[in-house]
Design a protein around this ligand. Structure first.
Ligand SMILES: N[C@@H](CCC(=O)N[C@@H](CS)C(=O)NCC(=O)O)C(=O)O
Length: 220
């Protein structure tokens, strides 16, 4: 039975989606229409009680959490280059991946859904603005990482070719635009990098299936 990925266009499920395309073997891509609330349907909650994408269905196992899913894929396909091979480079990639997942992603959540933090409308505006500032600082940090990688001769945070960490970086750079930041103008080296990642054929296939481009319109 092929692996099945539950995804929503442009959501963080883009990360394992790109990983699956990098592996290059057939898989099922199951669209979850989050704007229609499908992630809260009884059918989807039976698969992931947290009501979130991504979910990777591998046989009877429904695997959640991007880091767990991508490490599971790497364990099955160690030659696919999802993470660097060399020990310290691999650790650095995981370090950045964890930061993207537990810090940058959750900062974006506060920009996008400040109502999950506070009830009061004025306070929501304040939470959003504070989070937007934090997100901008994190984009600068991400650009610094890209510049350091380039100085070491690597076009990607993963090394010479893109991997899981680059898929997550691309995802949060797209989100910066949703948060009314302008990465193309504000962090040109980061934007050049995002264009490099997005130009990779495997990344293009995932983005085409999700019907998204690198450029995205502000949402909040
Ligand atoms: N820590 C989770 C984050 C998953 C997550 O935040 N998914 C979002 C999409 S980017 C989602 O499904 N949100 C819907 C919700 O929480 O209601 C992971 O690594 O997979």
């Amino acid at each position: 039975m092929p692996l099945k990925l539950y995804f929503a266009p442009g959501a963080c499920s883009l990360v394992p989606h790109i990983a699956l395309e990098l592996i290059g073997q057939p898989f099922d891509a199951q669209l979850v229409k989050m704007h229609k609330g499908e992630h809260r349907s009884p059918e989807f909650l039976a698969i992931n009680p947290a009501g979130q994408v991504p979910v990777l269905q591998d046989g009877d196992a429904a695997i959640t959490q991007i880091i767990a899913i991508t490490l599971h894929l790497e364990a099955q396909h160690p030659q696919a280059g999802l993470f660097p091979q060399e020990a310290l480079a691999r650790t650095r990639a995981l370090e950045t991946l964890a930061w993207l997942n537990n810090t940058v992603h959750t900062t974006f959540n506060r920009v996008f859904k400040p109502d999950a933090v506070v009830e009061d409308a004025a306070m929501q505006t304040a939470v959003r603005e504070k989070a937007r500032q934090a997100y901008a600082a994190q984009m600068q940090q991400l650009q610094d990482k890209v510049v350091t990688a380039r100085a070491a001769g690597n076009d990607f945070l993963n090394g010479a070719a893109p991997g899981v960490v680059d898929a997550y970086a691309l995802t949060v750079i797209r989100w910066a635009q949703l948060a009314s930041l302008e990465p193309e103008q504000q962090w040109p080296q980061l934007w050049d990098y995002a264009e490099r990642v997005a130009a990779h054929p495997a990344v293009q296939r995932a983005m085409e299936r999700e019907r998204i481009g690198l450029r995205a319109k502000p949402l909040v």
